[in-house]
Design a protein around this ligand. Structure first.
Ligand SMILES: [Zn+2]
Length: 129
């Protein structure tokens, strides 16, 4: 190892414990801010910006407001994601139809997806390879 590399390695080895400490500090800060957000959200109303649906502050709500909003977004008829989900559902129906037709025609083994979730799971599977 050259003297320059040895010098750099020494600098890095000296710096690593300090970086670990700094990371721990950032993690604590993130946790503190998350708790703050949860506190702020617990005492206020949240509206869906797409359809205006309003969520109370409701002490009986078992899940955090952010989670409630997430659940709403998944089924909000006016959220742009709804249009994408509908388009995806129709696309997967077409895919399924044509996969079956082509398999009948040439005896192939194309997958006919039953749902967008099944198709996305397959994409994830392929991506992980
Ligand atoms: Zn909405």
């Amino acid at each position: 190892m050259t003297p320059e590399k040895e010098r750099l390695l020494a600098v890095l080895q000296e710096r690593v414990p300090q970086l670990h400490l700094e990371c721990a500090g950032y993690r604590e800060e993130i946790e503190r801010l998350r708790n703050w957000i949860a506190d702020l959200q617990s005492g206020m109303f949240i509206n869906c910006v797409y359809c205006g649906y309003r969520y109370g502050p409701d002490p009986g709500t078992p899940v955090a407001m952010a989670e409630v909003l997430k659940q709403h977004i998944e089924q909000c008829p006016d959220h742009p994601m709804s249009k994408l989900k509908n388009a995806l559902t129709e696309s997967v129906k077409l895919q399924s139809h044509y996969a079956k037709l082509l398999n009948m025609h040439d005896g192939g083994k194309r997958i006919s997806f039953e749902s967008p979730e099944a198709w996305m799971a397959r994409l994830e599977e392929i991506r992980r390879r």
